[in-house]
Write a new protein. Sequence first.
Length: 314
Amino acid sequence: MTEISAAALRGAVDLSSLRGRAQAPASDPAAAVTASANGGVVVDVTDASFGEILELSRSVPVVVDLWAEWCGPCKQLSPIIEKVTREQNGRVVLAKVDVDANPQIAQAFRAQSIPMVVALIGGQPVPMFTGAVPEEQVREVFAKLLEVAAQNGVTGSVPTGDASDAADAAEEPQEPPLPPLHAEAFDAIEAGDYARAVVAYEKALAENPRDEDAKAGLGQVRLLDRVQGLDLQQVRAAAAAAPQDVDVQFQVADLDVAGGHIDDAFGRLLDLFAASDDDQRARVRERLVELFDLVGSADPRVASARTRLASLLF
């Protein structure tokens, strides 16, 4: 999870390529939501309509949820974000983006792994968090988001559209419930009990080794469990003082991955692998492979790191 601050609005990701993509720009920013969801605060956004959302964020903070149907952790996190958004009574809008269907938005945000949640304040992106996080932390980040938005003069609201939302919910078929072990993992994540979520996902994979949702969820919660309670500055200082200490180097790499610094994490572990003896190399390689799976084989940074690892092995 990233600490939201007003300073984060400086040096942000360039979203200029997505401006002006709306087919019918609205003079009233709130019209973007009204047109998309009859005044609702949760909207599905496409590459073509994202320009409207950027304009809307000048008056109302917008939370962008980057997700995909195949993403298990997304199915855990998205309902929490929707719930907390609705509780803000129109002071926050949630823009949901299917990254498979809208690659231009994903590319603009440099989304390397999902779920990824980013806020927009005044048209500028502010990182919130990646991966599944418990509801308590989501609420804390939303509260900070509203503070930063107020500091930047973004204090508007939009109609909540509760009546239309209820009508839509009545018409649409309900999604099937999560399998029992997935539900157990989800409840554990909400409670911040990542160790229990790990056990639940491991049981799910033991029952069905092809359960991709469980595999993805397991990688996420293992990482969250390992970084929980770590102090970044203290860990970095310890790693600098003991460059051959495998455990502390692992901690820095985990924190880097959790913070989106994928190249830094891979580079650190590959350097450690090159400098380690045979006994330690097996551990380092195992952690690298785990992080490769977490980030995703399609990520070019994974491909590059795998190539370097292969050269070090042979």
